[in-house]
Design a protein around this ligand. Structure first.
Ligand code: SF4
Length: 333
C-alpha cells in the first residue's frame, strides 16, 4: 500500500515558566493512501498536538517540534519554509476543528467562505468557484444550496455548520484530511450523520483521513486502523478489529471497558488514577501507577514495540520476552 504520510520519532515541547512540557515524546505512525487512521486517547495525551504538528500549527514560542520527521508524499514538512507550508495547508492537507461555530466567520456569507480558499490557491473565476462551491454543498448534503450560499453561519444549525466546515476543507481536493474531534460539539443524532458523511466523502474523493478523538464509538464507525496514545506516546496500533477484539495494552483494555455497551449489563469500569505529569514524564512505562499488571521493570525502562502481526504492535512489557530476563538482572545487580 502507498504511504501518504509517515511520522517518525516526533517530539513536540512547550516551554513555560513552570518548565518544559514534553507533549509528544517520540511518536511514529503512518497513513496509507485512502484509509482512515484514528488516533485515540484521553485529553492531554498529545493527539491534537501531533496533528497540529503535521499542519505545522504549533504556536512558536512556546511550542516547537524539537525532533523527528513528518514525511508527506516523501517531503519532510518539518524542513519546509512557512511560505511553502501555506501553499500546502488547505490545498494538499486540510484540517477540520472541533467547534464549527468558531471555525466559521460570522460576518461573511457561507458562499464567500466556501469560495475564499479556492480563489486563493487556484486560479479560478468567480463563476467557476461558485460552481465548485455548489458541488461541495451538494456533496455534504446541504439542501437548496443556491439559497443557502447567500446566508450567514448563524442561519445554520450546528450539524449544518459542521457540514459547511467539511465542504470548505475539501473544496481544494486535498489528499489528506485531519479531523480533530469533528463530532464532539454536536448532539448524538447529528454525530451519526456527520460520521456517515465522512464515509461517503472518502468513497467519492478517495481522501486519506486522520481522525483525532477520545470517543471509541466514533472510531468503531469509520476507522480502518487505530493508534492509541498515552502520555505523549503511541502505546498500541492495529486494525480496528485487532484493537476492538484483541487489545493487548492494559490501557487500551481499560479504554474499551469504560465505553458503554448495550450488550453488557456490568457496570462501567473507569481507569483509576490520572496520567503522569508531562513536565517530568517517567523514564519507564507512563501507565505504571495505573496498571494492575505493573512489574518492577515497567517503572524503570520503557518497553520497545512488540510486533504482534503485520498491522498490530504494542509497547508493553507483558508482550516482551525480555521482561523476565531484565527482572533477573536487576535483582542480581
Ligand atoms: Fe502495565 Fe508494565 Fe505493560 Fe506498562 S509496561 S502497561 S506498567 S504491564
Amino acid at each position: 500500500m502507498e504511504k501518504i504520510l509517515e511520522v517518525k520519532d516526533l517530539h513536540v515541547t512547550f516551554t513555560t515558566y513552570g518548565g518544559t512540557v514534553q507533549a509528544v515524546r517520540g511518536v511514529d505512525f503512518h497513513l496509507n493512501k485512502g484509509e482512515t487512521l484514528a488516533i485515540v486517547g484521553e485529553s492531554g495525551c498529545g493527539k491534537s498536538v501531533s496533528s497540529n504538528a503535521i499542519m505545522r500549527l504549533i504556536p512558536s514560542p512556546p511550542g516547537k517540534i524539537s525532533k523527528g520527521n513528518i514525511l508527506f508524499k516523501g517531503h519532510d514538512l518539518t524542513k519546509l519554509s512557512e511560505k511553502r507550508m501555506r501553499s500546502i495547508r488547505g490545498v494538499d492537507i486540510s484540517m477540520i476543528f472541533q467547534d464549527p461555530m468558531t471555525a466559521l466567520n460570522p460576518t461573511l456569507t457561507i458562499g464567500t467562505q466556501l469560495k475564499e480558499g479556492l480563489k486563493q490557491h487556484r486560479s479560478v473565476t468567480d463563476q467557476e468557484a461558485t460552481r465548485r462551491a455548489l458541488e461541495m454543498m451538494e456533496l455534504v448534503g446541504i439542501p437548496n444550496p443556491e439559497e443557502r450560499m447567500k446566508q450567514y453561519p448563524h442561519q445554520f444549525s450546528g450539524g449544518m455548520r459542521q457540514r459547511i466546515v467539511i465542504a470548505i476543507a475539501l473544496i481544494c481536493e486535498p489528499e489528506l484530511l485531519i479531523a480533530d474531534e469533528p463530532t464532539t460539539a454536536l448532539d448524538v443524532t447529528i454525530q451519526a450523520q456527520i460520521l456517515e458523511l465522512f464515509g461517503k466523502i472518502q468513497e467519492v474523493t478517495g481522501v486519506s483521513i486522520i481522525l483525532i478523538t477520545h470517543d471509541l464509538g466514533v472510531v468503531a464507525k469509520i476507522a480502518d486502523r487505530i493508534a492509541v496514545m498515552y502520555a505523549g506516546k503511541i502505546i498500541e496500533t492495529g486494525t480496528k478489529r485487532e484493537i476492538f477484539y484483541d487489545p493487548q495494552h492494559p490501557y487500551t483494555k481499560g479504554l474499551l471497558n469504560s465505553v458503554p455497551r448495550l450488550d453488557v449489563k456490568e457496570k462501567l469500569k473507569p481507569i483509576e488514577g490520572t496520567p503522569p505529569d508531562l513536565f517530568s514524564p517517567p523514564e519507564g512505562c507512563p501507565f505504571t501507577p495505573r496498571c494492575p499488571f505493573a512489574m518492577e521493570v515497567c517503572n524503570k525502562v520503557y518497553p520497545d514495540s512488540s510486533i504482534l502481526s503485520d498491522s498490530h504492535s504494542v509497547n508493553c512489557w507483558l508482550q516482551d520476552d525480555r521482561a523476565k530476563q531484565l527482572l533477573t538482572t536487576m535483582v542480581t545487580n
